[in-house]
Design a binder for this molecule. Sequence first.
Ligand code: 13P
Ligand code: SF4
Length: 316
Amino acid sequence: MPRNEELIESIKRLKREKNAIILAHYYQVPEIQDLADFIGDSLALSQFATKVEQDIIVFCGVHFMAETAKILNPSKKVLLPDLLAGCSLADSAPEADFAEFKSQHPNHKIITYINSTAAVKALSDVICTSGNALQIVESFPKDQPLIFAPDKNLGGYINRVTERDMILWQGSCVVHDQLNTQLIIEQKQKHPDALVIAHPECNAPVLELADYIGSTNGMIAFAKKSPATRFIVASETGIVHQMQKDAPDKEFFVVPADESCSCNDCPFMKMNTLEKLYSTLLNETPEIVLEDELIQKAYQPIRRMLDISIEKGIIK
Ligand code: 13P
Ligand code: SF4
């Protein structure tokens, strides 16, 4: 297997030869972020996937993201460097349990976070991401009973902001839910002038301490335009790469996952490596394969999300 620089050149060559495009999430390792043709949060990546014209999409993210790209642009070959790159939120909502839960609440509309399987999306009324959850929830009348799944933290946050009482599926993110207030307070003591920016997958006490709460795109944009120069980041480590590129003179301190470790890497996002990206492009596998019927069923609620997001001016 070639070394890093050779690998990067080989990936670029294969990409040209095979008319492929690389999409990446901000939690990927820096080398992959730098190689990507497009990088974004879940919402931007979904919107971008609808417009891809190349024959092959190599999705450097996790399974639900690649699956969403396939649903939105099914004629493309969608590859994921490691099919085991899952997500604890998607895992928390198996299809059969979700269908049973849905049948127990026939009058509720279901808003499902994009961090879910295609099968669960197909059982939902509309999808949302951390970048549009507020607007998607507010698109429903106040008296409409709602279920929010699978992230209890994002759902709880939106419940508090909108003063709603959505029923919450009890899923959580293994990376964000482990962060606690003590760890943030310790960072704040070390860097008293720093602003705290947090992803809404963090639990409520952590979000209480945040100066800004938003998606990965939102946090990056906030850090760039804020007059502050130091930030305590309650999210996954990969996000700092883009923050530092956008604002090289600013300082970012990632909230450590526990007292002994400063490496809150998402174990799923970090399954993708340059080596796997290279062999994925070379062999055109592993591929995301979905039944046509599932694609059609899951497409509707994702399209609804994109349409509401365009209408509200969140995306173009
Ligand atoms: P974003 O849509 O904010 O990038 O979040 C995706 C995710 O998986 C966060 O853990
Ligand atoms: Fe899923 Fe959390 Fe990883 Fe995001 S950071 S992909 S929510 S496990």
